[in-house]
Design a protein around this ligand. Sequence first.
Ligand SMILES: Nc1ncnc2c1ncn2[C@@H]1O[C@H](COP(=O)(O)OP(=O)(O)OP(=O)(O)O)[C@@H](O)[C@H]1O
Ligand SMILES: [Mg+2]
Length: 397
Amino acid sequence: MSLKAEDVFRPGAFPEYTYISRKSTVSDLSYEFRLMQAIKVSGFLTSLVGPSKMGKTILCEKVIGFENIIEVSGADFDAETDFWKVVAAKAGLAYEGEFSSEKILTDTNDKYSKKETYSLTKDKIIEYYKNKDFILVIDDFHYTPKGKRMQIAQQLKDAIRRGFKAIVVSLPHRADEAIRQNADLSGRLSMINIAAWEVDDLKEIAKVGFEKLGIKIEDDVATQIAVESLSSPQLMQYICLNICTILEMSEKNEECVKQEVLKTAYRYTTANFEYRDVISLMQRGPHMRGKSRNSFRASDGNEYDIYELIVKSIAENPPVMELKLENVKERIHRLIADDCKKPTPQAIKESLVKLQELLDGREDIFKVLDWKEGVLYILDPLFLFYLRWGGTGKKDV
Ligand SMILES: Nc1ncnc2c1ncn2[C@@H]1O[C@H](COP(=O)(O)OP(=O)(O)OP(=O)(O)O)[C@@H](O)[C@H]1O
Ligand SMILES: [Mg+2]
């Protein structure tokens, strides 16, 4: 039976046919090897950190295997949740329960039954995990409330000493205090940092996948998709899947990915994401209390204020996830018509600070930027992709 595109390109699930192994940046070793090596060190907790959508969960699933992995999400815990209760339940163990026992009293021959309640002890759960070779993966640990993270770290510290195996996964610089900066865990941690994907590795997803489907793709076309995927294997999978759908729907029965199809595929891919509210919040900027904002005349003939210009500058070519203040300034100046007034670097900087404040403290979907020490980091590749190709994006590449 021939493979279907949706089996080969899987943006939301384990990519059985297009799994690509990468080398870690600090060594010549693959991430799979490093994780396996870390798991094997008894008495150590593994901390896996990396940007959003870079394949942290998939890596754990690949290395541990679905038979042995027990996945819990940081979001499963709130301040009141009993850590061990969740850990037991996820492994299919009933933590608390009742059982009845019947006894026949020897002297009177009377039967009596009695109900007893039990609750599993932590020791029993640890033993169960060890016997079954289960490895606990606490995914998205940054979703656990701060105070609770410390409590969980404490529990883990004690459990790993007794041979319990666990991996804590989180985004960079989030949830660090409980694990990486926790003095109690120092000397007991294996730390693995997952880097953003390079174009060459992303390209492999397209090459391997299209080959499996019997569709040709030129190296140059694969490179272009990889660049547009902004270091995200998930985007790469998404775009490739959409290319397949476009090819399947076209009457021509194409067996080759042509350059012409790319822009349509990018646009169709944005239909899966919803960043409209994030973008309009950013474009509006903070409330001005009646004052009006300076506007600048751009070379497209329209007037934009500084927040609209910042948003536009982020979407410019080439697509990159990190921009220094200088780059933002250059991009904005390039957008403005010759001889027209341009915003100063100081004004741009102040607006970036305000923009960050505006986005902070909102729902997770708004956490798309980080303005830190003169560098604007785009935290979410899907956001940047949407900005470039969604409703408002109009890129000439
Ligand atoms: N090694 C890989 N080879 C090919 N595709 C991959 C690989 N790793 C991840 N992907 C693709 O990227 C998607 C996202 O991966 P994953 O869910 O593991 O990211 P994550 O880092 O855990 O994201 P989040 O921060 O949202 O939890 C996968 O569903 C898959 O399509
Ligand atoms: Mg994940």
